[in-house]
Design a protein around this ligand. Structure first.
Ligand code: ZN
Length: 70
């Protein structure tokens, strides 16, 4: 998985619509970092994706600031 991409889609259980603004939680970010994944693409709606550079999560680890971010 080193150097790979991960595609994330959130679907609302009750309405079956896309969860706009979905992004991995802190625990998942740690797993993604440790897996060596480079880029995460999160679906915003039917045509748009948000792109996350995993390197940014490594360099800006908000856990180091003592913040809880769920
Ligand atoms: Zn998670």
């Amino acid at each position: 998985m080193i150097g790979s991409s991960l595609y994330l889609v959130g679907i609302k259980k009750d309405s079956n619509e896309y969860e706009e603004g979905a992004s991995p939680c802190q625990m998942c970010r740690k797993l993604i970092i440790n897996a060596g994944i480079n880029t995460v693409y999160a679906r915003i709606n039917k045509t748009e994706y948000a792109e996350f550079d995993v390197e940014d999560w490594i360099n800006q680890d908000d856990l180091l600031d003592g913040k809880m971010t769920y």
